[in-house]
Design a protein around this ligand. Structure first.
Ligand code: GLN
Length: 290
């Protein structure tokens, strides 16, 4: 039996509800819009429009996957954050809105510190653990003359980052390197005005209690080792060898990690410049100066 749009939404909402998905109406609409390649208003205006059999089957398939806690962003293959759309798949962390605080802080610092280079002329900027490339792309868009290096240990993730660089028209200025943090970057040879990273920072003991959706994301993008700080201990001791003076190391951090990360930074000879909280009042970004 074929379904109209209204029937499809109705069935979807009750199915998602039985699977314990929060906000089932919103999610059902999102998936149907994605499937039909339409805006939400279309669903309301065409409630009696019938779905074709392939559309119905594909919708059922998407619902089943969502019912098994597959994140919406992976199902749709994209996530909208910072006012832009980023392509994503299971090889990358789904970009979070909180990361905008990190990106904004870097842009502000560079504009204040280098007021004459508004386009980013002569800037080399580095994104460690780029994932889908959201940070690298945002920096490239905000500094149209800057050169960005995007590093990730996962070749699959870099493929996604490259797709996003192409999608946003910045591929000529975003170089991707497959390496674990500093791994294959020779120190001293190349210096960056800013090194940015949103590294994994979840303490290992908390990994098992993450939401089922989050557990579908790459473990290596989330797991910060026993105390959640392992990545900072890898990044910070070398940071000064890669930064210009003045230079900025900007890191996303987890709740209540500012003090410990600040201590690691100071012992690496960096100065703690600022700690920025997110809209929920949680410590979210630490800015360190060379
Ligand atoms: N840079 C990406 C982001 O901020 C990926 C970060 C990660 O994989 N830990 O979303």
């Amino acid at each position: 039996m074929s379904w109209t749009i209204n029937q499809a939404l109705h069935e979807a909402v009750s199915f998602l509800q039985t699977r314990g998905i929060e906000g089932p109406r919103k999610e059902a609409e999102y998936l149907l819009c994605f499937l039909l390649e339409k805006e939400r208003a279309y669903l309301y205006g065409h409630g009696e429009h019938p779905l074709s059999d392939p559309e119905k089957n594909r919708f059922l398939q998407l619902l089943e996957q969502r019912g098994c806690r597959e994140p919406l962003a992976y199902l749709a293959g994209k996530k909208e954050v910072m006012g832009k759309t980023f392509l994503v798949n299971r090889a990358v962390l789904i970009p979070r809105p909180e990361t905008e605080h990190l990106v904004e802080a870097v842009i502000r610092w560079l504009r204040e510190t280098y007021p004459r280079q508004r386009e980013g002329e002569g800037f080399s900027l580095l994104d460690l653990g780029t994932g889908c490339g959201n940070i690298a792309v945002m920096l490239a868009l905000n500094f149209p003359a800057a050169a960005i290096t995007a590093v990730d240990h996962s070749a699959e993730a870099l493929q996604v980052a490259r797709q996003n660089a192409i999608f946003h028209g910045v591929k000529d200025r975003v170089e991707t390197i497959c390496s674990s943090f500093w791994g294959s970057l020779a120190p001293g040879q190349h210096r960056f005005q800013a090194v940015v990273s949103n590294p994994p920072y979840i303490p290992r003991s908390a990994m098992a209690s993450l939401m089922a959706e989050v557990q579908k994301e790459p473990r290596s993008a989330l797991d910060g080792g026993n105390d959640g700080l392992e990545a900072y201990r890898k990044i910070l001791p070398n940071a000064r060898d890669y930064l210009t003076i003045p230079g900025l190391d900007a890191l996303e951090i987890g709740e209540n990690q500012a003090e410990s990360v600040g201590a690691v930074a100071r012992s690496a000879g960096l100065l703690v410049d600022q700690i920025i909280r997110d809209y929920g009042g949680r410590e979210r970004v630490i800015l360190l100066r060379a």
